[in-house]
Design a protein around this ligand. Structure first.
Ligand SMILES: O=C(O)CCC(=O)C(=O)O
Ligand SMILES: [Fe+2]
Length: 227
């Protein structure tokens, strides 16, 4: 693809940074007795219960309802059906949003400026986010732009805000792992392998909600300062 051969960012451009950040965050999470490591040989995946209180989850859902608009996945349009949830950047200046963001920064021990702003998402019945990687793929239309504003995505963090009546699991499709939304639970995964190359096995999906609604927040970290 033309954009790949002309890009100043080779595939796995941030390998060394992903490797050292992976080590740092892994050590920190493994030293935290409250954090559960989901057993997998292929992906570093962690979970933490009661990361947000029921009141905090409720407040965040109100903010999402106030900002939600159709999600965009880079060059894939909402109409394509790939990601049909409603999403919005909850106000990064809101003191409550800042507080939750800082709590995630502290837990992982990643430089706060490397974190993207928290994104809220709401799925109604039939809405889903089809299998994808959160890391950026070389050769895409967004590769150069995203790589130049913070580098590759290192860690994904995601909080389930509510109980979903039916459906809406987060599935790691190549791992055979399906996680049911439980309010307040934080998921964390490393988008890279221990050697710092991007990890194809992180492919995951937000399965269609069958009944009720599903609310989540997501915060992604890069390998350098994001803007
Ligand atoms: O809704 C989910 O369970 C997954 C969301 C997701 O993968 C994302 O926002 O990148
Ligand atoms: Fe994702």
């Amino acid at each position: 693809m033309a954009s790949e051969t002309t890009s100043k960012f080779p595939p796995n451009a941030d390998q060394a940074r992903l490797k050292s950040l992976g080590e740092k965050v892994r050590n920190r999470l493994e030293a935290n007795p409250a954090i559960y490591k989901v057993p997998s040989d292929d992906v570093e995946l962690f979970a933490l219960g009661e990361f947000m209180s029921p009141a905090e989850c409720g407040k965040m859902m109100e903010l999402i309802d106030a900002t939600a608009k159709p999600s965009k996945v880079f060059d894939l349009s909402y109409e394509s059906g790939y990601r049909t949830s409603y999403s919005g950047d909850v106000d990064p200046q809101d003191p409550f949003v800042k507080k939750i963001g800082r709590r995630i920064d502290d837990l992982l021990g990643i430089e706060p400026l490397w974190g993207e702003t928290i994104q809220g998402q709401r799925y109604m019945p039939g809405q889903e986010f089809q299998p994808h990687h959160d890391w950026f793929h070389p050769g895409t239309s967004y590769w150069d732009f995203e790589m130049s504003r913070g580098g590759q995505r290192s860690f994904t963090t995601m909080v389930f805000l509510n109980e979903v009546e039916a459906g809406g699991t987060t599935d790691f499709v190549d791992l055979g792992i399906s996680l049911e939304p439980k309010p307040g639970v934080l998921l964390i995964w490393n988008n890279a392998k221990p050697d710092g190359t991007t990890n194809p096995m992180t492919i995951h999906a937000g399965r269609p909600v069958q009944a009720g609604a599903k609310y989540i927040i997501t915060k992604w970290y890069r390998t350098r300062q994001w803007n």
